[in-house]
Design a binder for this molecule. Structure first.
Ligand SMILES: [Fe+2]
Ligand SMILES: [Fe+2]
Length: 179
């Protein structure tokens, strides 16, 4: 079910989607790093911080699934097609796909924890704090590789038609078109 905070997060992305969709993915990476910082701040404090919990929940629930699909269903296959002999790249993409599965598996529990922190206006207990930190660590390691390796290679390998297709697919996923 669509929720207003998630819709706002998606609309914010849609309005900001640049002509080059790789810049859109890079912008989302920047926001995801901020979300990781919010998860750390929640985990490290014994005080309730509902604004941070709300912001993290909106992004993890509303933006992250589409972001992973942009990469799994479009960016990674395009890269594999444009660089069929780059074995290192294919290996890296395999590892990143495993990260996506691990992140997707951990995501519902993280959302449930954030829901509780919001509803109870509470700080996380020790097991919840560990879960939040593990999720932030996994996401940060993943972003590091995508920013350092995947996006630069995508800028080198993908042609104008690839980028146009990727942008269209990202817009379709978010239910928007050019204004
Ligand atoms: Fe990404
Ligand atoms: Fe990713």
């Amino acid at each position: 079910m669509a929720r207003s905070s998630d819709t706002k997060a998606q609309a914010g992305f849609a309005l900001a989607l640049p002509d080059n969709p790789l810049n859109g993915l890079a912008n989302e990476h920047m926001h995801l790093r901020e979300v990781c910082g919010h998860l750390d701040a929640l985990a490290d404090s014994d005080k309730a911080q509902p604004v941070l919990a709300l912001s993290a929940r909106a992004y993890i629930r509303g933006v992250l699934p589409n972001h992973a699909r942009d990469e799994e269903e479009d960016l990674f296959p395009l890269l594999r097609r444009r660089a069929p002999d780059d074995k290192d790249l294919h290996c890296t993409l395999d590892r990143l796909s495993q990260d996506h599965r691990d992140i997707a598996a951990a995501r519902p529990r993280v959302i449930t924890i954030l829901e509780r922190l919001i509803t109870d206006n509470a700080a996380p207990d020790a097991p919840e704090a560990v879960r939040l930190k593990c999720f932030a660590d996994l996401e940060r390691r993943h972003l590091l590789v995508e920013n350092a390796v995947i996006l630069p290679l995508a800028r080198a390998y993908l042609n104008g038609r690839d980028l146009k297709r990727l942008r269209k697919r990202m817009q379709a996923r978010r239910g928007v078109d050019d204004i």
